[in-house]
Design a protein around this ligand. Sequence first.
Ligand code: NAP
Length: 251
Amino acid sequence: MTDPRTYVPAPQALAGRVILITGAGDGIGKALALASAAAGATVILHGRSVRKLEKVYDEIVAAGGARPSLLPLDFEKAGPAEYEALAAAITKEFGRLDGLVHNAGMLGDRAPIEHHDIPKWMRTLHVNLNAPFLLTRYCFPLLKASPDASLIFTSSGVVRHPSAYWGAYLVSKCATEGLMQMLADEVESLPQLRVNSVNPGKVRTNMRLQAYPGEDRSTLPEASSILPTYLYLLGPDSRGVTGRSFDCQPG
Ligand code: NAP
């Protein structure tokens, strides 16, 4: 297998695929939406800010990509019915789904357990863990029906080295890895559906700034530079690769 971190997709490698990316209005999700559209995919842009999603939409269309679809939803406030409606909207508009990237996430508090704000703990787990579960659950029939589908969960370096004060964020990411592995095992008999996770590593985004406000941001890679692993997993070259956790950057 080639190293996914240095993967270069063939032109139009994602042509014909419909791919839903959560948190596509900013950061890694936005960069991935632009790159997926450039590789030929029709992208469904989820986010909570319509204004941000419209900007991504405009960039994709200006670059000659297929017209994306916008699905705004605030995961903090949404319940099962909203996720079901989101999957129904995809079914109605496209009738298919070939990729689902669970990218949206929030940092929550970085504090000792005894000082954690309890509602914020709940919200962090809801956005980072329950949302991917609910979305996966309702999109599952579409993914199973695709001839070649890829489901990607977003992990973090905190899973590799769990340490103090990361709170609900760390717990949500460890649980996300468990969810990915469990699901990959459950769909073992479906070779057309692969389930993996990615750890982006340090990336120059709003979330990183929130986690490390004093950091020299000029040393951090741009989101657009860490995408080869995502594009590998979304495209035909990773068929059969499942149940694995990938690091997008060395070290
Ligand atoms: P980001 O720029 O802050 O983007 C996070 C995205 O999630 C934004 O589009 C945001 O929407 C969306 N989001 C947050 N809360 C939401 C909610 N309640 N409902 C719907 N969408 C919501 O951060 P990022 O660094 O690109 O993060 C992307 C993923 O990578 C996350 O899962 C994060 O944990 C993971 N990650 C990042 C790093 C890093 O160094 N950057 C490292 C390890 C893992 P808005 O634009 O409306 O805020």
